[in-house]
Design a protein around this ligand. Structure first.
Ligand code: ADP
Ligand code: MG
Ligand code: MG
Length: 254
């Protein structure tokens, strides 16, 4: 079992107008086997949390900690985080010109495991995962994210998730821009990854829609860089009916 612990995390960014605090004391604990949804209005700091876990240099940690099984994640390089078992799917994935999906996956797998995967099994695993995600095999020879549609980017992320077998996966708006069919395929991929290994999932989303397919054990409502409320799956159902207005009014008058 693994545990990702975020304690009293304060994060800011430098803008032309000066230092802007974004996260204002975030506490979250994610264990393998659990699925957590972080929900909240636009601009509440959800992606900032994901980028900070990923180690994006733009996001400056002012105080607090992130640990994985007691190890200081904030002291790790981006590569070390991946080797430690963290997987981050970004809201806006970057293009990697000249690197095919096939090469990218094999290189990532080799880096994370510390050795190249046995070729036969690997080729079979890639093919199976692509079939599961209804991806054409020709996709493997395209350059990473170059000209990918929104749906292709998301499937490519879930393909990585299935093949790299992390301990904790952070998925930032994996549902955005997907039609219902693609959403189901992507959600099934996440659920397969959950059932085939002991995976903890931090699912960041603005909408409750994806939570019909990936049931969260815990829901955290993010408002203004903090967790404003926590509960179980029933909290997501309530948000579906009520939206975020109640929290925004409370935050504005606080
Ligand atoms: P969410 O993912 O919940 O929509 P973000 O973490 O993307 O929220 O953004 C939180 C706040 O930080 C917003 O006010 C946003 O404008 C600001 N912010 C985030 N990243 C940057 C950036 N690179 N430059 C300027 N402002 C940023
Ligand atoms: Mg499981
Ligand atoms: Mg975001």
């Amino acid at each position: 079992m693994s545990t990702l612990e975020i304690r009293d995390l304060h994060v800011s960014i430098e803008t032309e107008q000066g230092t802007k605090p974004i996260l204002r004391g975030v506490d979250l604990t994610i264990r393998t086997g659990e699925t957590h949804a972080v929900m909240g209005p636009n601009g509440s700091g959800k992606s900032t949390l994901a980028y900070t876990i990923a180690g994006h240099p733009r996001y400056q940690v002012d105080s607090g900690s992130i640990t994985l099984d007691g190890e200081d994640v904030l002291a790790m390089s981006v590569d070390e985080r991946a080797r430690a078992g963290l997987f981050l799917a970004m809201q806006y994935p970057v293009e990697i010109p000249g690197v095919t999906v096939s090469n990218f996956l094999r290189t990532a797998k080799t880096a994370i495991d510390g050795q190249a995967p046995a070729i036969r099994g690997w080729v079979k695993d890639v093919r199976e995962s692509m079939d599961n995600l209804r991806m054409d095999q020709a996709f493997a020879e395209r350059n990473v994210n170059e000209g990918f549609s929104g749906g292709e980017k998301k499937r490519h992320e879930i393909l990585q998730l299935e093949l790299l077998k992390p301990r904790i996966a952070v998925l930032d708006e994996t549902d955005s821009g997907l039609d219902v069919d693609a959403l189901k395929i992507v959600s099934e991929g996440v659920n397969r990854a959950k059932s085939s290994s002991d995976l903890g999932v931090l699912l960041i989303t603005h909408y409750t829609r994806i939570l019909r397919y990936i049931r969260p054990d815990f829901v955290h409502v993010f408002v203004n860089g903090r967790v404003a409320e926590e509960g179980g799956a029933e909290l997501a159902d309530r948000l579906e009916d009520e939206g975020y207005d109640r929290y925004l009014t409370a935050a504005a008058t606080a």
